[in-house]
Design a binder for this molecule. Structure first.
Ligand code: KG4
Ligand code: ZN
Length: 334
């Protein structure tokens, strides 16, 4: 089934064509240049930029897949969670193409897109697996039992892992986007130089908490102003605390649920140190590990089209009343 996917939940305008769980194209237009001088995504500007480029991005996705719009058999669009002014652009576009060409439309949960993006890689995972979604807005540990069958085991109680990295990059005066800069500069630093606290939530053992870590960094920099002269060590040590928290909780879940397969996804899954740490855990515990390529970890429409194809095949459809949702939990299909 040829499915066109559209993703505009934050600051990437993306369109892709997927067929039988393989992507034929995956165009991503980044808005980093628009938001760099503000040090973060400005929703109003992001929405305007999506409007400006979406038509060209969709056209490129179709062209690269070598198909015309008349061959598209389904349209999948991100319905949330995300910035509503941004989501509405993708949705409006998807609805108008779907309505005018009489192509079935389906809304897709962005988090599900991240979780299942590994099915676009090679080799592909099998269900059940333990999934860790680590992005700019979410940190979720879950058991994926089948397509549309998820059990959430833990999530962050405050900041997301990506948010913790982005905020630290700002404190340290690193470039934008922050997580990627921390990854880059940490390669020259010693991750054991400074011991930052790894947050363990007391009562809910598989939940995460990252806000204390950010406070610890602020305190450390205030008490040791000279440490800013060695940004690689500072960044690497901070990154290590984030990575350790993510890895240790996942390891706990692996032991508890006797998992055989592990899937890491979301923008933070592009982090070099995190990928290495998960490879180590997988090796030590004899698990199969699946981490999508960097382009499929960060926001992209191929993951949306993938989930859309599965939903469309099972008869899920949305009409023009489909609405954008700022908050949308990862939920099983009804
Ligand atoms: O999944 P994503 O593209 O968008 C959301 O759904 O949030 O994730 C974006 C997050 C940002 O916090 C960004 O700093 C982080 O992923 N990120 C990274 C890296 N690349 C992106 N964090 C650490 N290392 C990276 N290489
Ligand atoms: Zn995302």
């Amino acid at each position: 089934m040829l499915v066109l996917g559209i993703e505009t939940s934050c600051d990437e305008t993306s369109a892709a064509v997927v067929s039988d769980r393989k992507f034929l194209s995956n165009i991503i237009a980044s808005q980093d240049e628009v938001h760099r001088k503000f040090g973060g995504v400005v929703p109003e500007l992001a929405g305007r930029k999506h409007i400006e480029v979406i038509s060209g991005v969709v056209r490129s996705a179709l062209a690269q897949a070598g198909i015309g719009v008349d061959q598209v058999e389904g349209i999948a669009v991100t319905k949330g969670p995300g910035l509503v002014v941004c989501l509405l652009v993708g949705m409006g576009f998807a609805k108008s193409v779907g309505w005018s060409r009489k192509i079935p439309l389906v809304g897709v949960n962005h988090l599900e897109g991240h979780l299942l993006a590994a099915f676009l890689g090679n080799p592909k995972p099998e269900f059940p697996f333990l999934g860790l979604i680590a992005s700019g807005g979410h940190t979720i540990l879950c058991l994926a039992q089948d397509w549309g069958q998820y059990r959430i085991l833990g999530q962050t109680l405050d900041d997301a892992a990506g948010e913790a990295l982005d905020k630290a990059a700002k404190v340290l005066g690193l470039g934008y986007p922050g997580g990627r800069e921390i990854d880059r500069i940490s390669k020259q630093g010693n991750p054991k130089a400074i011991e930052f606290p790894i947050a363990f939530t007391k009562h809910r053992e598989l939940d995460y908490s990252f806000s204390g870590l950010k406070t610890a960094l602020l305190r450390y920099v205030r008490e040791h102003p000279e440490s800013k002269n060695d940004l690689p060590d500072l960044a690497a040590s901070y990154q290590e605390a984030v990575v350790e928290a993510l890895v240790q909780k996942a390891a706990q879940a692996i032991n508890k649920f006797r998992i055989k397969r592990l899937v890491l996804s979301g923008g933070v899954a592009s982090n070099t140190r995190l990928r290495q740490a998960f490879e180590k855990v997988a090796q030590a515990k004899g698990l199969s590990l699946f981490i999508p390529s960097v382009r499929l970890c960060t926001d992209n429409a191929a993951m949306i089209a993938l989930v859309g194809e599965e939903r469309l095949k099972r008869g899920f459809r949305d009409d023009l009343s489909l609405d954008a949702r700022a908050v949308l939990p990862l939920e099983s299909w009804q």
